[in-house]
Each structure stands twice: as structure tokens, then as C-alpha cells.
Design a protein around this ligand. Sequence first.
Ligand SMILES: [Zn+2]
Length: 197
Amino acid sequence: MNEMNQKDFSMEVPRQFYADATDKPFEHCQVCGKYLLAEGTSYVVEKAIRSYEGHEFYATAYEYAICTGCHQDIQKGMSEESMRKLQEYYNNFLEKRGQQPLVIDLRTFDLDSWLSRCFFSGEDIKGMKEYQLVGQFSGRRMLMNMPPLVIGEKVIEQMAGLLSDKTIDEMNGFRDKFLGPSPDIEELIFGKRLLLI
Ligand SMILES: [Zn+2]
């Protein structure tokens, strides 16, 4: 069990957000190389998980940690239209929830169960071909006031459909530069799949 901290609404970096290569928390920003585990250093971790046809088996297709500064730079590269549409998508979703506030009780919070469903659609990740995990961190802590999200395959498609060609080009540029080619990555995110939120 991860130690919870009611005061700062954070928890230790959970295994689900470890780097596959080291089986430990990410240590450096994928873009600028900044050390991330110093207290107060904020960053985002994103992982794309996919299943393999005919196997009860999930593997990471790509993963990275990126410091907040670099993350903002990348978002600046997104067209205003794309940003506005993603914002609208999110606002729509919140409206559909009937303005219910997102309540997380850290005393009873179960991360595995939280991460077993798409944040937006509520669909179970079981049976999905792919999904993405996104979490916000500060040093060695995962922030729970901006809780980690699972984005399911349908929502990935919907969001990708909102992005402009210019933004998709930017995302591909990021991929080529920092994630490097691999057959899985090509298959998963070539075109319009890489979402930075
Ligand atoms: Zn950075």
C-alpha cells in the first residue's frame, strides 16, 4: 500500500507510473533531461498501454515523463483551435456529469480500481485494445488534487478527431524527436494518436 497524505493530497509514485525500463519512478524529463525527483519539481507521466490480439496480455507501447516547463512548450505548439476543442470536450464531459464534484476520499481510495476505468466514459479497460494513463507528479509524489486518469480507446479516438492537422504535425514532431521509432509506437501513435493533456 502506498502511504497517503491527507494534507497535501498526494501519494508516493505508484507502480503503475514507474518506467518500464527501470521498474522505478522516472528520473528525468524526456525532453530537457531535468532531474524530476527533487522536491517540488512538477512533471507529467504518460503511458500508452496496448493489448495484443488474442492474448490476455498488456504491454507498454510508449511511456515518458516530461517536466511542466517542456509540457507547456509543447502545448504552445498546439493550435488554438485544437486547444479550444479539447477544452470544450472536457467541459461537455463535466456538464454531463451534472456538475458533480469529483470526490476522492483518500482513506478509502483504491488506485487499482480507479485506474480500471476510462475517466471519461467509465468503460472498463478490460477488453480495450489500448488506453493511456496520465498522472501529475511533484518530486516523489503523485498529486491527487489533479488525479491520475485513464483515457480509453474510444475517447482517444474522439479527442484525436478534434485535433487540427497543424497540431497533429506538432505531435508527430515530438514523437520523432523524443520517443524514437519502434514498431509498436509507429502502429499506436503514427498519425493522430499521441495526446498530451
Ligand atoms: Zn523538461
